[in-house]
Design a protein around this ligand. Structure first.
Ligand SMILES: [Zn+2]
Length: 175
């Protein structure tokens, strides 16, 4: 058996002598890659994990390339592993607005450092059409207080057809 000194980064640092690897002849490369990737106990790890595993014990010229090709071509992975590629966002659809306060946007900022009167939260209410903004200081960010403020603004201007907010529970209480 031919042995090659090819330590991984960690092995080079720890000085344990584990840097010696068995040199794998070309004819056995596929079998070793199967052991490191395709075997039921190996768990079909990704390219870099498979390569790390192979480098712990073996060395052969072109390890990186062979591992990449083997993992890419693995039928099991192609069939069962979800794609890691990022999906493109859908096309932007503009909001059709006709009148002010048709769509109300809400956001809650905080908790901020408390004021002397114990106000910690800022409720931001924006009319999506005109971008008119109203800000309200709140001591507590409870649904009832937020709904009170929405009603206050809605009574002054008009009740919105739609409210956009990332704070889901508000919608439940607003009638
Ligand atoms: Zn696989």
């Amino acid at each position: 058996m031919l042995v090659f000194f090819n330590p991984t980064y960690e092995e080079e640092l720890d000085d344990s002598g584990n840097g010696f690897k068995a040199v794998i002849p070309r004819a056995l490369v596929k079998r070793e890659l199967f052991t490191c990737h395709g075997h039921p106990l190996s768990g079909h790890a990704g390219r870099s994990k498979t390569l790390d595993r192979a480098k712990l014990l073996y060395y052969w010229p072109g390890m990186d390339r062979d591992t990449r090709i083997y993992v890419k071509a693995c039928r099991h992975c192609q069939q069962y592993k979800p794609s890691q590629q990022k999906k493109c966002a859908g096309p932007y659809t503009p909001h059709n607005m006709t009148t002010p306060w048709e769509v109300m946007c809400l956001d809650l900022m905080g908790p901020k450092p408390a004021s002397r009167s114990q106000f910690k939260w800022i409720l931001v209410i924006i009319d999506q059409c005109t971008k008119f903004i109203e800000l309200f200081a709140l001591t507590k960010a409870t649904s009832t207080r937020i709904v009170d403020k929405i009603n206050e603004v809605a009574c002054r201007f008009r009740h919105p057809d739609k409210i956009i907010s990332d704070n889901g529970p508000i919608h439940k209480y607003y009638i």
